[in-house]
Write a protein that binds this ligand. Structure first.
Ligand SMILES: Cc1cc2nc3c(=O)[nH]c(=O)nc-3n(C[C@H](O)[C@H](O)[C@H](O)COP(=O)(O)O)c2cc1C
Ligand SMILES: CC(C)CC(=O)C(=O)O
Length: 381
């Protein structure tokens, strides 16, 4: 991707997409209200979804100058393979509601741009098809996202399929024993659009539309889940890496370490589950400290620019993931839209590294950041 120009508008579309905010606006105009609000909103009072993004503003970059950054290298390693830069696409379900090609288009775009993807349990395409779509373009690794399901036989089928297709990890979404309260779904009587199925569960469109969205979660997810129930069982049935997605505390990071997990994604589900939990960038430092280098720590939630990626890395995340930006890319222009999204982040991240005086991802450390205090000088971390 090196040397690419500033993102340009897609031919035939009038919007000039220069940043993720532009993409959000252009995509939102194209989406029907029910889908737009389902994608864009958070739960109840929208506090966490708002802070996920705004909390980045308190940090400033302590840029170093007169550093030769002509050969700045944005790449990093994930699952033993170099990726273009430390950004991957989070497992967000129902992507065919954004564009008919849904997760297939996302997979192709990720492979083309050299990053990885999480496959949602609620993908509208099967794990086999999503893997094949990406691999037809180039190398790509996938994590299979799973909930803590009541039905062990179903969970096992999904695990076996993920293994057979070569997924590298299970992302066990731990923040969803029940569905978060999202007013838009009630106000709009949200239903999965006609024609979309959830093949990972073996559910057709007709089966899904017969039930209310919230009831799907009640039927599937286990509100009696626990560390002791989930992790030893997962470990006993699969050799894939086990990552916990949805951690926002040091305590749960330590549990993940003690349970022998390979990694965590510091995540609050994009502010869609419990409103009032901290912004992920605010939860990150205590999780990084608790992990103490023993397991991988990644982050998602509210990341909308390369500068915010830089800040998350400086605070100790090894890699960032984004959910809605991929959905906006899809809604804007399918695979091409997701590519525009990835290019935008890439260009911003590389330029931020260079302007901050960093030549590699390893150069991005706590020393690169300061925190704004109301009435004082910038405080070093
Ligand atoms: C429409 C939508 C569907 C999602 N579906 C899932 C899902 O099926 N499983 C899951 O673990 N997370 C799901 N997420 C959460 C994402 O994986 C991710 O944590 C979140 O979107 C990151 O925040 P961001 O959208 O602000 O980047 C979903 C998010 C959105 C917006
Ligand atoms: C795609 C959905 C069924 C899942 C969801 O809304 C979520 O996990 O936030």
């Amino acid at each position: 991707m090196a040397g690419q120009p500033v993102p340009v508008p897609v031919k035939g579309l009038e919007d000039k997409i220069l940043c993720i905010k532009d993409l959000e606006e252009a995509a939102s105009k194209k989406l029907p209200k029910i889908i737009r609000e389902f994608f864009n909103d958070g739960s109840t009072d929208q506090v966490t979804i708002h802070e996920n993004h705004t909390a980045y503003n308190k940090y400033r970059i302590r840029a170093r100058v007169l550093v030769d950054v002509a050969k700045a290298d944005t790449s990093t390693t994930l699952w033993g393979r170099r990726i273009t830069f430390p950004l991957c696409v989070s497992p967000a379900g129902m992507q065919a509601a954004a564009h008919p090609d849904g997760e297939l288009a996302t997979s192709r775009a990720c492979a083309k741009k050299g990053v990885n993807q999480g496959i949602s349990s609620f993908s509208n395409y099967s794990t086999a098809d999503v893997r094949a779509a990406g691999l037809s373009v180039g190398p790509i690794d996938h994590a299979m996202q799973m909930y803590t399901l009541k039905d062990r036989a179903l969970a096992l089928r999904m695990i076996r399929e993920a293994e057979a297709r070569g997924c590298k990890a299970i992302f066990l979404t731990a923040d969803s024993p029940v569905l978060g309260v999202r007013y838009n779904e009630h106000r709009n009587d949200f239903r999965t659009p006609k024609g979309l199925g959830f093949p990972n569960f073996g559910w057709t469109s007709e089966m899904i539309r017969a039930q209310e969205h919230g009831n799907t979660f009640v039927a599937l997810n286990d509100d009696g889940h626990s560390w002791a129930r989930e992790i030893p069982w997962l470990r006993s049935v699969t050799g894939m890496e086990i990552w916990i997605k949805g951690v926002v505390t040091a305590e749960d990071t330590l549990m993940a370490v003690q349970m022998g997990c390979e990694g965590i994604v510091v995540s609050n589900h994009g502010g869609r589950q419990l409103d009032g939990v901290p912004a992920t960038i605010d939860a990150l430092p205590e999780c990084v400290e608790a992990a103490a280098g023993r397991i991988r720590v990644h982050i998602d939630g509210g990341i909308r620019s390369g500068t915010e990626m830089f800040k998350a890395l400086a605070l100790g995340a090894e890699c960032c993931w984004v959910g809605r930006p991929a959905l906006w890319g899809l809604a804007y222009d399918g695979q091409k839209g997701v590519e525009i999204m990835l290019d935008t982040f890439y260009i911003e991240f590389k330029r931020c590294m260079q302007l901050a005086g960093c030549n590699s991802v390893k150069d991005i450390t706590k020393a690169c950041l300061g925190v704004v205090r109301p009435d004082g000088p910038l405080a070093r971390l």
